[in-house]
Write a protein of this length. Structure first.
Length: 263
């Protein structure tokens, strides 16, 4: 009989957002139902999104930690925003390169230099951003702007900065996620849906090549207990059974501590 691998008590969710008018209450209700102890919530492109994150984190101290959305194309204004939001306790920099920029462009070096100076972490969307034909964005959202290798130069240059590549690097970037997580000490991979779950279910031994201490569970949506169980089974199937505590808790807990969150 195969060994049954159980989830840890008190999951740490490394990738989530507030939805609708949620002030954090709905998120906490979901966390309580799903056995989640602490969740990283991040701002987005909507006006006032970062302020909402600050307010929710303050309201739900001990359960929620926060990250702010940035657009490095703003230049000096983006650098000033780093100072502002990190001063409010938002220790993660959330990026969407799909909106039309390559992170390794030299014009963004001052932005990433300031990220390093403030000892912040970076979590970037990887893979596509919205389905084909989505009218939500009026600029390109193609995955070629947002694969892990577009960050390679930045990751290697800022070797003390934590970089998290979301969604298993995106479908296009699974091999790149493996390469960077095994070749650089500061690259981590979150397996949040939908591309993250796709990679686990369809890429077999390749997906299983991510070092277990570099893989983070994330929901990227309020989710359900059934989703968490689906992840557990899929991860066990490709060999991560003995490492569920790391993926669902201790890896993220350690990163939160390194970033200065009160984990």
């Amino acid at each position: 009989m195969s060994k049954s691998y159980k989830l840890p008590r008190g999951i740490f969710d490394a990738h989530n957002h507030l939805y609708g008018e949620d002030d954090g209450s709905t998120m906490i209700d979901w966390m309580d139902r799903c056995g989640v102890e602490k969740t990283l919530i991040m701002g987005g492109r909507a006006e006032g999104a970062n302020e909402r994150i600050v307010n929710a984190v303050c309201r739900c101290k001990g359960r929620l930690v926060g990250g702010a959305y940035y657009d490095p194309r703003k230049g000096k204004k983006a650098v000033e925003e780093l100072k502002r939001w990190s001063g409010e306790g938002l220790r993660i920099v959330k990026l969407f390169p799909n909106l039309g920029y390559f992170p390794d462009d030299s014009k963004y070096e001052p932005f990433f230099d300031k990220v390093a100076d403030l000892k912040l972490g970076v979590l970037s969307h990887c893979g596509w951003l919205g389905p084909s034909g989505d009218k939500m964005f009026k600029v390109p959202w193609a995955s070629y702007h947002a694969t892990p290798c577009t960050f390679e130069k930045v990751i290697r240059t800022h070797s003390e900065t934590i970089f998290i590549m979301a969604h298993f690097g995106g479908i296009l970037g699974v091999l790149e996620a493996v390469m960077l997580s095994t070749r650089t000490p500061n690259t981590y991979i979150d397996c949040s849906p939908g591309q993250g779950l796709w990679a686990i279910e369809h890429c077999g031994a390749v997906a299983g090549s991510i070092p277990p201490e570099k893989l983070l569970y994330g929901t990227d949506g309020i989710g359900t207990p059934e989703l968490i169980e689906l992840y557990r089974k899929a991860l066990v199937k490709i060999g991560y059974g003995p490492h569920l505590d790391k993926i669902f808790r201790s890896n993220t807990q350690t990163l939160f501590e390194k970033l200065g969150f009160n984990a």
